[in-house]
Write a protein that binds this ligand. Structure first.
Ligand SMILES: CC(=O)N[C@H]1[C@@H](OP(=O)(O)OP(=O)(O)OC[C@H]2O[C@@H](n3ccc(=O)[nH]c3=O)[C@H](O)[C@@H]2O)O[C@H](CO)[C@@H](O)[C@@H]1O
Ligand SMILES: C=C(OP(=O)(O)O)C(=O)O
Length: 426
């Protein structure tokens, strides 16, 4: 079993490269299913979810290779069996993103129903409803979503779809289904995340006709086929936000190369209000902080909401920061019903937090002390790493498969900034 050993108390200094976004790379990889031509993706992060997605695509007959420079070359010339088996789906919920492209390209798909996972029940009813509105027949059989076109129908048909809530992968799935559908699709209540814009831009480069990406209404005119393309994955705003919180907590002066201020508005506002200096530059973000130990950082309350609000994927990391900043803060998690599992682990490090339902109240100013803690999900593990970086003594973070799903070389990047952190096999 692998674990991270962190000896806290060092300020972070220097420059760190921000990788391509996991949550953009995963739908972009699935978009390669939409064409028989070659697709090249640059700036693809080397992390476990990407490896799982490549395995899934290879399972369907897609040629896919990831080189050491972060370029993935894909070709879905002929699709094999359009199915996503449970072994792959259960380790990565984003496998559901194969459903829309497979229905668009092959007219049938079998995708294992993702189970309830750590952070909430996460149903996919909106994905299914949207595809049904486009003419798909869908049944759930033996734990699989089995989708097909009815007899006599050769393509999905455009439809007006309003999702009942804003869903990121739901919007992506329906967008990828609509680009090859017959006629116009209007997606209302669409998600606005930068990863959706990145996907729309790649699809447009493939010949798709899309308007309104980045707004709540997407208009798609279906085309008969798409061509190959070359596209670079947008920078990971959540990885950048994680480093911002780490530097804020430890203190220091770091340049996040490639990070984009315009994608981090709500997080940057809270950091500035806290007393952290943020400078937006063309090539990245510079962050300077006196560190929590100075007593000069003021804890900030927030609610997680859909983009452009405060991202749920930054809630845990910011909570670690609020534990050591001064004052009492309240965090309300509105997106997922079970995303406070890091609270009990932070308590093992000496944090003072009371969580009840959607709301956690954090009494700041804690002097954390190192202990053995266990990751419960991806961002919870990043939160524990941040806490470890400011705790006295040694923190041991276990269950690293969560962290490795979504962070590329996080300990090497932190070591490059002066952190005392290493991976060991227990
Ligand atoms: C791979 C990827 O991009 N993952 C991100 C994506 O997840 P994901 O796309 O799974 O999250 P959604 O935006 O779909 O979920 C938002 C809310 O809608 C609910 N819902 C969603 C779909 C549906 O059919 N029915 C339903 O009830 C969910 O349970 C949740 O409460 O957006 C989340 C919210 O920003 C992020 O935390 C994840 O990191
Ligand atoms: C929850 C996350 O990812 P996923 O949707 O892949 O589980 C995340 O990136 O924080």
């Amino acid at each position: 079993m692998q674990q991270l050993l962190i000896r806290g108390g060092r300020a972070l200094q220097g420059e760190v490269p921000i990788s391509g976004a996991k949550n953009a790379a995963l739908p972009l990889l699935c978009a390669a299913l939409l064409t028989s031509e070659a697709v090249t993706l640059h700036n693809v992060p080397r992390l476990q979810d990407v490896r799982t997605m490549l395995q899934l695509l290879q399972h369907m007959g897609v040629q896919a290779e990831h080189d050491a420079q972060g370029t993935v070359r894909l070709r879905a010339q002929q699709l094999g069996e359009p199915e996503a088996p449970y072994e792959l789906v259960r380790s990565m919920r984003a496998s559901i993103l194969a459903l829309g492209p497979l229905m668009a390209r092959a007219g049938r798909a079998t995708v294992a129903l993702p189970g309830g996972c750590a952070i909430g029940s996460r149903p996919v009813d909106q994905h299914i409803r949207g595809l049904q509105a486009m003419g798909a027949e869908i049944a759930v059989e033996h734990g699989n979503i089995v989708a097909r076109l009815p007899q006599g129908m050769s393509r999905l048909r455009g439809a007006h779809i309003t999702t009942e809530m804003v869903t990121v992968t739901g919007t992506e799935n329906l967008l990828m289904a609509a680009v090859l559908a017959e006629g116009e699709t209007v997606l209302s209540n669409a998600a606005l995340e930068p990863e959706i814009i990145d996907l729309a831009e790649m699809l447009i480069a493939m010949g798709a006709r899309i308007e309104g990406h980045g707004t709540a209404t997407l208009r798609i005119q279906g085309v008969e086929q798409l061509q190959g393309c070359s596209h670079s994955v947008v920078a990971d705003r959540i990885e950048a936000g994680t480093f911002l919180c780490a530097v804020a907590a430890t203190g220091g002066d770091v340049f996040l190369r490639g990070a984009r201020c315009e994608h981090l508005g709500a997080v940057l506002d809270k950091l500035r209000d806290m007393g952290v200096d943020i400078e937006c530059q063309a090539q990245g973000i510079r962050v300077r902080s006196p560190g929590a130990a100075s007593g000069k950082l003021t804890a900030q309350s927030f609610r997680t909401t859909e983009y452009p609000g405060f991202p749920t994927d930054m809630q845990a990391q910011f909570m670690a920061l609020n534990c050591v900043a001064q004052g009492t803060s309240t965090i309300t998690e509105t997106i997922f019903e079970n995303r406070f599992m890091h609270v009990s682990e932070l308590a093992r490090l000496g944090a003072h937090i009371q969580a009840d339902g959607k709301v956690a109240v954090i009494e700041g100013g804690a002097q954390l002390s190192g202990a053995a803690v266990s990751s419960t999900d991806l961002r919870a593990s990043a939160c524990l790493v941040i806490a470890g970086l400011v705790a006295d003594g040694q923190t041991i973070v276990g269950e690293l498969h969560h962290l490795d799903r979504g962070y590329e070389a996080i300990e090497a990047k932190l070591r490059g900034l002066g952190a005392d952190i290493e991976r060991s096999t227990a």
